[in-house]
Write a protein that binds this ligand. Sequence first.
Ligand code: CU
Length: 257
Amino acid sequence: MKVTTGITQLALLVIATLLFSGAEITAQKSQTSNSKTQTKVVYSCPMHPDVTSTKRGKCRKCGMDLRRTKAEVVDVPPETAPVDPASDPSIPKTESYSFTATKIPHARVLDQNGKQLNFYNDLIKGKSVAINFVFTSCTAICPPLTATFRKVQQEARTRGLDVQLISVSVDPTVDTPERLQAFAKKFNAEPGWTFVTGDKAEIDSLLQALGVAVVNKNDHTPMVLIGNEATDRWTRTYGLSSPKKIVDLIADAASPR
Ligand SMILES: [Cu+2]
């Protein structure tokens, strides 16, 4: 009997210790949140590592979903709320982009008519281009991105500016030429606007070369890559910028430095 009582007491002691240490951890936690040093989770943009936030959200430069990168210990006064990037007017939405046409591969792709093209020779060489990245089953940003491109096409024509618009599918296994053609029709795309799909490996390497590789198609960038092969001037801007602004950037890229 005595041995049994001893074991029971030991068990109770262990339970009590566990409970107590649990309470202690809780106390430490609440203390930490009042002090100036705290551990915070950092989210950052896969395309713009300099864009970080303590909260989930979108990149202020390109709109991509921020991803959890690390927890770091930082000095944060407890009452200070993080600055909302959207309200910071000093952050430009357009950036000159150190990019060169020689990075663009001669990828074998298909257009919305099922015609095989050499991405560089047929769509880039000697042209002003604006390239966006979409997939036809996207219900989020692709419809407004595509509607913006439609307006860019109209605005460019009004201004007599020759531009090749390119929409590259980030979902090439689903986006067959037929699907792209239906998508193009839906948005009244006119000649001079090519929708690109193809072999997944080929498209993946193309996306990689253009600096917009995605693991998950839903994370694709709302960025538009604008440039001119002859001047080799390149810019990236937010794909939902005003059509007028996008056309201005296309014109800038085409003008000699
Ligand atoms: Cu999308």
